[in-house]
Design a protein around this ligand. Structure first.
Ligand SMILES: *[C@@H]1O[C@H](CO)[C@@H](O)[C@H](O)[C@H]1NC(C)=O
Ligand SMILES: *[C@@H]1O[C@H](CO)[C@@H](O)[C@H](O)[C@H]1NC(C)=O
Ligand SMILES: CC(=O)N[C@H]1CO[C@H](CO)[C@@H](O)[C@@H]1O
Length: 231
């Protein structure tokens, strides 16, 4: 993960600093790198009592967006029916890697991500592998009102788009919204060195320091008037 948004996978927590408690389940993923299809591999079956493998192999499918979205939907339905709220996050490095990226750039990823309908996504370093215009296009493609009416908010508190970058007005530092009747906030932070040295942001687009101070500044500005905060 080359950005920070939330590092919790299927985590459940209850937070209750002020008013009522918010029961929250966070569904978070990152670094899917255009791997949209499941991969299969052979799992060697173990006998837990004998603490040894039985030698039996089972071929299983792992990952892929269709199964991931189905799992997210199943968890969401169960959580909502148990009166828990669900926040869906993607912590970045969605794109580059595999044939889907070579053939379709970010379009295929954006379409699949629309089905997941994440509340927010952080910009990771690999989002810049094909420059600002390609990232701007990917962000544009992720907004499909039919499938994801609220849209996925793309976040980075430290990417500074250059004056003529197509990324201007395509992302925000943070996102606040109401979940389970409470105001919640999410902040995105992008790794500086890797983005500037190994990826290809346009000339003029920079990443400012991603250190704790910046996250704290973003959080302080968010927490004015905010009750819950996740970053
Ligand atoms: C949004 O998704 C729907 C359903 O898949 C599709 O018909 C429509 O063309 C999409 N719109 C855009 C702008 O991609
Ligand atoms: C950024 O946030 C503002 C205010 O919350 C919102 O109106 C705008 O649509 C957001 N921009 C993007 C690109 O999501
Ligand atoms: C809304 C948006 O940016 N749509 C773009 C999605 O990707 C295709 C293919 O690159 C573009 O042509 C669209 O403009």
């Amino acid at each position: 993960m080359k950005s920070t948004l939330a590092a919790v996978l299927f985590a459940s927590l209850t937070v209750g600093a002020h008013a009522g408690a918010l029961s929250l389940t966070i569904l978070s993923m990152n670094d899917h790198h255009s791997q949209l299809e499941a991969k299969d591999f052979d799992l060697t079956v173990s006998d837990s009592t004998a603490k040894a493998t039985t030698g039996e192999k089972v071929n299983v499918d792992v990952g892929g967006f269709p199964m991931t979205v189905a799992a997210m939907n199943a968890v969401e339905t169960a959580e909502v029916s148990a009166s828990r709220s669900v926040m869906k996050l993607h912590a970045g490095d969605a794109i580059t890697g595999g044939s889907y990226y070579s053939l379709f750039k970010g379009v295929a990823d954006a379409k699949m991500m629309t089905h997941a309908c994440f509340h927010a996504m952080a910009i990771g370093n690999h989002e810049f592998d094909d420059g600002d215009a390609s990232l701007a296009n990917f962000i544009g493609n992720m907004t499909n009102a039919t499938l994801c009416s609220a849209g996925t908010q793309v976040l980075s508190s430290n990417v500074v788009a250059g004056p003529s970058s197509p990324l201007l007005n395509k992302y925000n530092k943070s996102y606040t919204f109401t979940l389970g009747g409470e105001r919640v906030g999410v902040v995105g932070v992008t790794i500086k060195k890797k983005t500037e040295q190994s990826s290809f942001p346009d000339a003029g687009t920079t990443v400012s320091e991603e250190k704790r101070q910046r996250r704290q500044r973003s959080m302080h500005s968010l927490t004015r008037g905010l009750i819950r905060l996740f970053s």
